[in-house]
Design a protein around this ligand. Structure first.
Ligand code: OAD
Length: 239
């Protein structure tokens, strides 16, 4: 049994919690309805901060209504189960929601940032932020106004924790991607990096991702069913 597992999650893991995905085959994803270049780039924020903040405010409000689903719970159980066996789960998520944490995951690497945080571009502080974020809000650390932005990674920006992720990927003895379309780099390239290091790879997704051909194994279906089944196979069903 693999003891050192690297899991990458994407929007598909939170889809059944009602948060929506960015891309789907029916063309109903978030980026089919909203233009990412107007909402998720530093240039958009500089040009029209009110519109960008309103988009993230509405996502933050949706998140307050959402609950973790069986896939999040299964990954929290896997973390604890591997730790009991002297192993380790590295859980890297592209999701900016906090559903992994609310399901009980203790260590979550948010490579695309966190919706419930704001960052001050003046002093670099990262603040817990649960309410709407307004242009002109004041940084609690440095006292400046108008320097806060959502603590999320926008297109054209470097994701967080890349060195840590790279080291964990090299040490893993299994790489699993769950609920991600394989369309956005650098996360979409992790499977190739894992392969290059001789790490076996598995895709768990509703349907084949853009990079499906690079995985050794694939399990298709809703994450709320496929992820718990996979975790049961690894560490046994819940007692
Ligand atoms: P996408 O929306 O691109 O892909 C979601 C994936 O989840 C697709 O492959 C779906 O088939 C799959 N899916 C949908 N429902 C599912 C379910 N119930 N169970 C399992 N899988 C399901 O989301 P990501 O790959 O996470 O970045 O997108 C990557 C990045 O693109 C996001 O982090 C975001 C976005 O632009 C930024 O905003 C920087």
């Amino acid at each position: 049994m693999p003891r050192n597992i690297f899991v990458l999650t994407g929007a598909g893991v939170s889809a059944e919690s009602g948060l929506g995905t960015f891309r789907d085959r029916k063309g109903q994803g978030i980026w089919a309805r909203f233009d990412p270049m107007k909402l998720a780039t530093p240039e958009a924020f500089a040009r029209d901060p009110e519109t960008v903040l309103a988009f993230y405010d509405s996502r933050r409000r949706n998140l307050r209504e959402a609950k973790p689903n069986a896939a999040h719970l299964a990954l929290a159980r896997l973390e604890a189960g591997l730790a009991q066996r002297g192993g380790k789960l590295t859980l890297v998520t592209q999701n900016i929601d906090d559903l992994h944490e609310r399901a009980g995951s203790r260590s979550v690497i948010h490579m695309h940032g966190e919706l419930l945080k704001a960052r001050c571009v003046g002093c670099d502080s990262v603040l817990s932020w649960l309410d709407d974020l307004r242009v002109g809000d004041v940084c609690r650390d440095c006292g400046r106004a108008g320097t806060l932005r959502p603590h999320v990674v926008w297109f054209g920006e470097m994701p967080f924790f890349m060195d840590l992720i790279d080291r964990a990927l090299r040490r893993a003895d299994l790489f699993v991607a769950i609920g991600t379309s394989g369309a956005v780099y650098p996360a979409a390239g992790f499977v190739a990096d894992a392969r290059a290091c001789g790490v076996p790879t598995c895709e768990i997704n509703l349907e084949a991702a853009d990079n499906a051909g690079l995985f050794d194994e694939a399990r298709y279906g809703p994450a709320s069913e496929t992820a718990p089944r996979w975790v049961d196979e690894l560490i046994g069903p819940e007692p």
